[in-house]
Design a protein around this ligand. Sequence first.
Ligand code: HEM
Length: 511
Amino acid sequence: VSNRKRAPYPPGPKPLPLIGNVLDFPSSSLAQEYVEWGKKYNSPILHAEALGNHVLILNNREDAIALLEQHAKLYSDRPQMPIFELMGWEFNVELLPYGDEWRQHRRVCQQHFNPQTARKYEALQMDKVRGFLQALIETPEQFDAHNKVLSISLTMNMMYGYDIKSIDDRVIEVAEAGNVIGSRLMAPGGSLINIFPLLRHIPPWVPGATSHKEAQEVKSLTEEMMRIPTEFVKKSLADGTAVSSLVTDFYEKKYSVGASEKEEDIIKNIAYTVYGAASDTTISASGTFFCQMALNPHIQKRAQEELDRVVGSKRLPTLDDRKSLPYLEAIYRELLRFKPPLPLSVPHSLAAEDHHYKGYFIPKAVSERAMTHDEEAYPDPFAFKPERFIDEKGKLNDDDRVLAYGFGRRICVGKSIASSSLHLKIPSPSVKVVRNLNRRYMQLWLQIASVLACFTIEKSRDKDGKEIEIDTTYEESGLLMMAATTRRKRQFECSFIPRSPAVKKLILEGI
Ligand code: HEM
């Protein structure tokens, strides 16, 4: 064993005594840095360490499949940080340690978000997307607010039957405020408590205990975020106005046949988790869409020609059209490849045992990844090119595994809400077999198809008619990447031009 343990770590920057690679980790654009490290150390699998914490970096899908899926039992934990508990986030399903508690939550998620139940959300999604198109006709300059309302109202409807009509809804306010501070605190280096866990015992009133105070603020915002919609559900059940949703259906069952406190907690935790997991990711992806369409009129034109050919101008696209729109599908794949909303995914953590792989010694480590920009799989990876998913015959190629949804047992459980695939088993080791798994995300697809069918997205112009350059920078909020479109402080400028008067009528009157 001692001989095996002498196997080297995977390549990576040389650590300094005590602090390891602390100085090598940039404070932003970590995924991009990992791509650079991959080139520098000429290896798709890398290792670094900071203050005794090991990080394993997987920059190609084959290694991710081999480790996170073939050895799923070993690689399905999540790193735990004391700050989670201080913020009241310890029951967030994404962060739960691998074990029975997580298994119970995941099982309930799968019951509710599997492909069959996903179909029941289709009408709601169509309805909300149509509302979004109407809002774009009426106040196009507020498209970023409409986009947020679309994503959040869908999530809140599915979870609580709670309809969000405006960006000023108190739920959005508290959830955003909590997420902004919480994401910062849990980012590497966001709080000293993550590095020195004993600091968590210092009471919040001690001068200088900033993280504690902020964590307490997040906790009360999180509680409010959970309380408002839960009370809404209970009231609507009492009033007889309740609509079906995850939480409403649960309380109906509880009041009629009973349910345990544990079951209630699980449902509440899932509904709360999904708010962040589902809305922010979708907002991020649609932000990339607006930006790339305004920047690439030729891509937009080609997609619109395809839509005109298949759907025509007398109706809006539906999910049934999806299989006949390969170029649009390529845009969807490229959006999630080009700027995955969670570029490093949610880290997996290696369970207690150490592991050997390809002659390397893998210590108990957190694994991260940046494989959507693997140059070998995606030449010219930093360019937005839907064509990379189209073969010589003009057909979609078979690279339909959307890496942005993650891997193994912790793979995004919400992708199935949108997936038409019926294969939800743990993917098998072979790349061939895992294809077709997570192809479809309905809401995002419906949104991009409908917007392109009805509008041309262009750069805005200033008062002299000069094009305003688009801000293509992204902001990182914890693990999440947000395009300039979706940021509060900097306004992303683009215009939505209805493609014809008939389209306007179609959106406003449904004909
Ligand atoms: C474009 C949309 C989305 C993207 C890009 C995305 C991405 C991800 C990623 C990368 C992970 C971590 C996977 C891993 O650890 O390997 C994840 C986990 C998760 N996602 Fe999503 N997601 C999206 C939408 C959704 C939706 C719509 C829902 C719910 C309806 C959802 C619920 C979850 C949950 C609960 C987890 C935690 C799973 C676990 O730890 O077992 N996500 N997602």
